[in-house]
Write a protein that binds this ligand. Structure first.
Ligand code: SF4
Length: 303
């Protein structure tokens, strides 16, 4: 196994008890009766961005691949990553932070950072109550923070992180939204994950999770989606090219689930995307989550 610049980890749930099939990247992270397992989309995106910059990057999904924490540690020992990125969620925060601390203790040369919704909304608590060794949280969407850390930027110059220094937690300003074309997360899925291990009952199996839009323009008070970092939509051409890539390289995939916080924010853009999908002859089926205030005209095109 080659040495790595970046290792992204979807850790197993083992503490205080073993919980199989914990879907950490779901909007409501849990073990479901329906057998839902989401792809670790944001970790895979970080790998895609890092690879585009020429870094050696890998993702391990210990949940889908049923890998124990001891096995994860063996992989870390062999690959000696410069940077380890660990996803977190509220129901697994004790598990996630205790394993992160253990990794930092056993592999002190690797920088270990935490990402995910829980640490985004509670960075200070995470870095004081749960972590004594791990000192960095990357808030919100975290691709740029990962690239900045790989580049070796000083912590006080990296937007979108909180970090502990001299016993105090400092919060840098929010990171900028990404711009321009995105690397294909589906390429990372193809090369590093087994998509047959993921399941969502509302989509045709096998399905694939990806994003078109980041952030949300609404402000529902109960929502834990990333809203404060702004809004960004990938260029439609970039999305169409990725859908063509999926049909060509992963022909057995039957559907795409858009993980956008709410899919229909701009009806004109949604109509344009749907019409482009139809014109390109793409046969995949699609699922999304969205607010219900959509015109009949847009719904007909989405269908
Ligand atoms: S529209 Fe959806 S994603 Fe956006 S803030 Fe409301 S609940 Fe969250």
């Amino acid at each position: 196994m080659e040495e790595l610049d970046l290792l992204c980890l979807n850790l197993p749930y083992e503490r205080p008890y073993i919980l199989k099939n914990f879907s950490r990247s779901s909007r409501s992270p849990c073990v479901t009766r329906g057998g839902t397992i989401y792809e670790p989309l944001y970790l895979a995106m970080a790998v895609a961005f890092a690879q585009r910059e020429g870094y050696r990057a890998r993702i391990i999904d210990a949940v889908a691949d049923d890998i124990s924490f001891e096995q994860v540690k063996r992989i870390v020992r062999k690959t000696e990553p410069r940077l380890i990125v660990i996803d977190t969620s509220t129901p697994s925060i004790y598990n996630d932070t205790s394993m992160a601390e253990e990794l930092k203790s056993e592999f002190p040369k690797s920088e270990v950072i935490l990402v995910g919704r829980h640490v985004t909304y509670a960075p200070k608590e995470t870095l004081t109550r749960f972590c004594k060794r791990v000192k960095i949280v990357a808030r919100n969407y975290f691709y740029q923070q990962v690239l900045d850390l790989l580049e070796g930027k000083e912590l006080n110059k990296i937007k979108g992180i909180s970090y502990r220094e001299d016993g105090k937690v400092k919060h840098n300003p929010p990171a900028d939204m990404p711009k321009g074309e995105f690397p294909f997360v589906s390429k990372v899925y193809k090369e590093q994950l087994d998509l047959r291990k993921y399941f969502y009952a509302s989509t045709k199996y096998p399905y694939l999770l990806m994003n078109w839009q980041w952030g949300c323009q609404y402000s529902c008070s109960f929502c834990n989606e990333y809203r404060k970092g702004g809004y960004f939509a990938r260029p439609i051409e970039n999305v169409i090219e990725e859908l063509k890539y999926i049909e060509r390289e992963l022909p057995w995939v039957k559907s795409v689930l858009w993980d956008d916080p709410t899919f229909v924010m701009d009806e004109g853009k949604v109509q344009e995307l749907c019409n482009r999908i139809i014109d390109a002859g793409i046969k995949l089926s699609f699922g999304c989550a969205t607010r219900a205030n959509i015109s009949l005209e847009t719904l007909k095109i989405m269908k």
